[in-house]
Design a protein around this ligand. Structure first.
Ligand SMILES: N[C@@H](CCC(=O)N[C@@H](CS)C(=O)NCC(=O)O)C(=O)O
Length: 202
């Protein structure tokens, strides 16, 4: 059976749990990282001191987006376009998500993890602004096609789905982005994502 290590409030763990549930893959999740710390056995499997890591019947893998690609290749081909160019076009949004995470990080940490008196308001505003500029790029893509994966939902939608949930939840100023909002609403209709999205930001 698939084991997923990582606390469920982690963006990168949410992605993997979401896909496992979309595929209907039996799995167990074991808390690790954050307040749970790391066991020596975990660090032997993933020396990065980061989550998630999976063990699929003895095959150990870390890096959340590599895990998404592996699980889709092995168990959920319907979640990836078959055509190489369509697949690459979807794939780029998975890599782009890491740049978005960098942009949004100070707003997330400042507003969710820090006490009001500890907050660096300038860093939060700069981060919210940088993330907002990137969402304009996402908006343009979602005006052209219904999903980041193309005509159908796929793993290209998962990383940014998790991060846009955070963007829409943080108490920051946001421009109106109707195509992004519509895409997010369609993602929320998927049971697996709706469950993930109900995990409070912490
Ligand atoms: N590129 C890595 C990033 C992993 C990462 O930064 N994970 C965060 C949680 S989202 C982490 O492990 N933080 C330390 C901790 O939770 O203890 C991936 O996608 O798997």
């Amino acid at each position: 059976m698939l084991t997923i290590w990582g606390r469920i409030n982690s963006h990168n763990v949410k992605k993997v749990v979401w896909l496992a549930e979309e595929i209907g893959l039996p799995h167990q999740r074991i808390d690790m990282g954050g307040q749970f710390g790391f066991t020596d056995a975990y660090l032997a499997a993933n020396p990065n001191r980061l989550i998630p890591t999976i063990d699929d019947d003895g095959f150990v893998l870390w890096e959340s987006n590599a895990i998404l690609r592996y699980l889709a290749d092995r168990y959920g081909p319907e979640f990836q376009p078959a055509d190489a160019q369509q697949r690459a076009a979807a794939d780029k949004w998975m890599d782009w998500q890491f740049s978005f995470a960098d942009a949004q990080r100070n707003a997330f940490i400042g507003l969710v993890r820090k006490k009001p008196e500890e907050r660096d308001e300038n860093a939060i505003a700069a981060s919210a602004s940088a993330a907002g500029k990137m969402v304009a790029i996402l908006e343009a893509e979602l005006e052209r096609q219904p999903w980041l994966s193309g005509k159908r939902f796929g793993i290209g939608d998962i990383p940014m789905g998790v991060y846009i949930h955070t963007w829409l939840t943080l108490p920051i100023e946001r421009a109106e982005r109707p195509a992004v909002k519509d895409w997010y609403a369609r993602l929320r209709k998927r049971e697996a994502f709706d469950r993930i999205a109900q995990v409070p930001l912490t």
